[in-house]
Design a protein. Structure first.
Length: 403
């Protein structure tokens, strides 16, 4: 779902903007928190808009709004203005555009949805991880205001034409939203697929929805924090600004391998333990971050951080339509994104505050490792897919094999 690439792109602007606005990193982190929370409130509305108007119109409308938000960031002159700017880029960029992409794949792919979502996460993640490297080069050669304008032009040239000419609406009757497992197809048993489409509030009343939400919030919060402060964090480990920005590239490799691996597991094995495994990986990232000291371990850290982001995106993007169907997928994704984007808002300021109290990112990362531990314990309660309220008294389903 929400990926670290756009947050990584923001990270290269932090130091130049702190200096230009004559403020502190804590103030910018707080502005990011406030702006992201403001942007998150629109996610359910955008989700309903996607369901009603379709993926093509949604991509063009949201993409156009994102271009305006990026241009606005180039004109920031105060922290209050920065809050509004962060609200715009988070609402229309990492939030809404990501949601439209996920919904597009969900409604078009059924039997190999896990692999399709993994390919989306891999390709999108690879492109997004190139953003901070490119933008850092623009900032170094021109200024951070010009870099925001360059980003706006890139979105206008790439995203809008793809939305208008590349996206095609699904047929009136979408693919089977909840394919039966092989054993059910052989015996003819199991619930009717068409009856398995949940509304947003039906989905929100299931344990499985909140397991996925907690995993998404935990991952989004901590990976966003690490990406947001990556320049400063790796600077503490002895890397220069350029070297720290270059560490976004190994994340591409980690994200690609992990997302494809998780996609294959979801399609061929099942979904039950995947959320828990992603939290084990997130815990490992924080333990490694707590001992960063330069050298090869920094590369290992970067690959692992990318792997966490890729695996969580592939898992959640596949499991949400797999569990709840695609008839109301935009609305359900909108609610899921609301919780996740709120989590990403808390990440940078939380890491900044803990680092300020402990005096180092190493100690802060060790303390924050408690979050994936708690999420892991909750994820281990995932025993089976949700049962639709209309079928609550009927036969229950087995594990998603495949999702």
């Amino acid at each position: 779902m929400t990926g670290p690439g756009q947050t990584a792109g923001v990270s290269v602007f932090i130091d130049p903007m702190v200096s230009a606005l004559d403020t502190s990193r804590a103030a910018v982190s707080s502005a990011y928190l406030a702006g992201t929370l403001m942007g998150a409130t629109a996610m359910p509305i955008v989700g309903r808009f996607v369901d009603r108007r379709g993926i093509r119109v949604a991509q063009v409308v949201v993409g156009s709004a994102f271009v305006v938000a990026l241009v606005g960031m180039s004109t920031v002159t105060s922290v209050l203005w920065l809050v509004l700017g962060f609200a715009g880029i988070r609402m229309f960029g990492q939030g809404s555009l990501s949601m439209v992409s996920n919904v597009s794949v969900a409604v078009w792919f059924e039997r190999r949805r896990g692999v399709a979502m993994a390919v989306l996460a891999t390709a999108g993640g690879a492109l997004l991880m190139l953003i901070p490297v490119a933008l850092n080069a623009v900032i170094q050669s021109t200024s951070w205001r010009v870099a925001w304008l360059v980003a706006a032009v890139a979105v206008a040239v790439v995203v809008l034409p793809i939305g208008w000419f590349g996206l095609v609406e699904p047929p009136d009757e979408p693919p089977d939203p909840y394919p039966q497992a092989a054993s059910e197809l052989e015996t003819g048993s199991g619930p009717s697929p068409t009856s398995m489409s949940f509304t947003r509030w039906e989905a929100a009343r299931t344990r499985q929805f909140w397991i996925l939400a907690v995993v998404g919030v935990g991952s989004g919060m901590l990976t966003t924090a690490l990406n947001f402060h990556q320049i400063d964090l790796l600077g503490e480990a002895g890397l220069s600004t350029t070297e720290a920005a270059a560490m976004f590239l190994p994340q591409v490799a980690g994200s690609a391998v992990a997302s494809l691996g998780v996609g294959l597991v979801l399609d061929r094995v099942g979904a039950r333990f995947v959320p828990a495994l992603t939290m084990v990986a997130l815990l490992a990232v924080h333990l490694v971050a707590a001992v960063l000291s330069g050298g090869w371990i920094v590369l290992v850290y970067a690959v692992m951080l990318g792997a966490v982001g890729g695996s969580v995106r592939a898992a959640l993007n596949t499991m949400v339509p797999g569990y709840f169907g695609v008839e109301h997928i935009g609305s359900i994704q909108g609610l899921m994104f609301l919780t996740m984007v709120a989590g990403t808002a808390l990440g940078p300021v939380t890491l900044s505050l803990v680092e300020g109290r402990t005096g180092s990112y190493r100690s802060a990362n060790l303390i924050l490792a408690v979050i994936p531990v708690l999420a892991l314990l909750f994820a281990l309660t995932n025993s089976k897919p949700p049962t639709h309220p209309d079928l609550a008294s009927g036969p229950t389903q087995g594990d998603l094999s495949p999702v």
